[in-house]
Write a protein that binds this ligand. Structure first.
Ligand code: ISE
Length: 316
C-alpha cells in the first residue's frame, strides 16, 4: 500500500512533492524511492515525521505502528493521512482522538478511501437526495482472491470488514449499535481461517446491514453494495464498466480485478488528491479520528462476537 501511495504522490497528485520514504526495511524503502528520483530514504519514521522539509505525512505502515506514528505527527503538527485501521483497539484509538483534541484542531484524515470512490459517492448523493426514501437495509459483498499467509480470522473483521463498518456509518449518517458475526463451515481453500464470515450490523435508526466477507474467494476482488430503501434500490460494484470478452466455443465473460489496488485505484487517487488540496488550504477533510475510533470500537465488538457467537452491543 505504501509503495502504491509513493508513486501516487510522486506522479499523480497535483500540488504535492514526495520528499522522503521510510520503512522498517531500508532496502524496501530504497526500492520504492530510487526509481522516483530525488526522494530521500529516512529509515527512522520519527525522524521523517520531525523533518522540517516534511509538511504532511502519509502513514501506510502496519497498523501495529499507527498509534505511535500518528501521535508523533500530532506532536510535530503535521497534516496526516493514516491508512485504515486508525489503530488496533478502541483504547489506543481513543488516545489518538484525545491527543488531537488536546492539540486544538484536526490534523488527521483516516484512509477509508471508499468515501472517495465515484460509485459510493454517487450512492451517497442519491440517498441524501431523499428520492428513494428512508434507507431500510444494505447488502454487501466483500471478496478478496486470497489472503496473505499472515492473515488471521480476526483480521477479516479488523482489516477487511472495517471498510463496510465505515461506509455504513457514512451512508446512513448513523452509528452502529450492535454487531453479530456468523461463520459458515469454512472454505477448504485454506486451513485455520474462519473464512467466509457474515456480519450483521444494527444501525442506531433501526436499519440492518449484512456483509459477506470472503478473503479466499479464489476468483478476484469483488466489492458490491445494494442499498434497499422505501422507494427503490441502488446497487454499485457490478462489473459493468469492465471489458467483456467472447471466446472460441461460445465462451464469454467480463473481467474481475485481482485486488483492491486495481478496483479502488481512482478512490485512492481522489482521496490523496483531496487530502493534498486540503493540506494546502490548511484544512482537514474526510474521515476523522472519531470515525477511526468508532470503526475500531465496532470491529472490537465484532471480534468479540466472532469469539462468543453472540451479538455484541457497541459502546462508544
Ligand atoms: C486490505 O487491507 C484493504 O484495505 C482492502 O480494501 C480489503 O479488501 C482487504 O481485505 C484488506 O486486507
Amino acid at each position: 500500500m505504501g509503495a502504491d501511495h509513493a508513486v501516487r504522490v510522486a506522479r499523480r497528485t497535483a500540488g504535492a512533492e514526495l520528499v522522503a520514504v521510510s520503512d522498517t526495511d531500508p532496502g524496501r524503502a530504497e526500492a520504492v524511492a530510487n526509481p522516483l528520483g530525488g526522494v530521500r530514504v529516512i529509515p527512522d519514521a520519527a525522524e521523517l515525521i520531525a523533518d522540517p522539509k516534511v509538511d504532511a505525512v502519509l502513514i501506510a505502515s502496519s497498523a501495529v505502528a499507527h498509534e505511535e506514528q500518528v501521535l508523533a505527527c500530532i506532536e510535530q503538527a503535521k497534516y496526516t493521512l493514516c491508512e485504515k485501521p486508525l489503530t488496533l483497539d478502541r483504547a489506543s484509538a481513543l488516545r489518538v482522538v484525545d491527543a488531537e483534541a488536546a492539540f486544538g484542531r484536526r490534523l488527521i484524515q483516516v484512509g477509508f478511501m471508499r468515501r472517495f470512490d465515484p460509485e459510493y459517492v454517487r450512492m451517497k448523493t442519491l440517498l441524501d437526495s431523499g428520492r428513494f426514501g428512508r434507507l431500510l437495509m444494505m447488502h454487501n459483498v466483500h471478496r478478496n482472491k486470497q489472503s496473505p499467509e499472515w492473515f488471521q480470522t480476526e483480521y477479516i473483521v479488523r482489516d477487511s470488514l472495517v471498510h463496510e463498518v465505515d461506509i455504513a456509518r457514512f451512508l446512513f449518517g448513523e452509528e452502529i449499535v450492535e454487531i453479530n458475526v456468523l461463520t459458515p463451515t469454512p472454505t477448504s481453500a485454506v486451513t485455520g481461517l474462519l473464512d467466509p464470515q457474515l456480519a450483521i450490523f444494527r444501525m442506531s435508526g433501526g436499519a440492518i446491514v449484512n456483509t459477506e466477507v470472503f478473503v479466499n474467494a479464489q476468483v478476484g476482488y469483488e466489492v458490491r453494495c445494494e442499498a434497499v430503501a422505501e422507494r427503490g434500490t441502488i446497487t454499485i460494484g457490478q462489473p459493468s464498466g469492465g471489458v467483456y470478452t467472447t471466446g472460441v466455443g461460445g465462451t464469454w465473460g467480463g473481467e474481475i480485478p485481482d485486488d483492491y489496488l486495481v478496483r479502488f485505484q481512482h478512490a485512492y487517487d481522489h482521496e490523496v488528491q483531496a487530502w493534498v488540496d486540503a493540506c494546502r488550504d490548511d484544512e482537514v477533510i474526510g474521515p476523522s479520528t472519531w470515525d477511526g475510533y468508532a470503526a475500531t470500537a465496532v470491529c472490537e465488538a465484532g471480534m468479540e462476537s466472532l469469539r462468543t457467537g453472540r451479538p455484541v452491543r457497541v459502546m462508544l
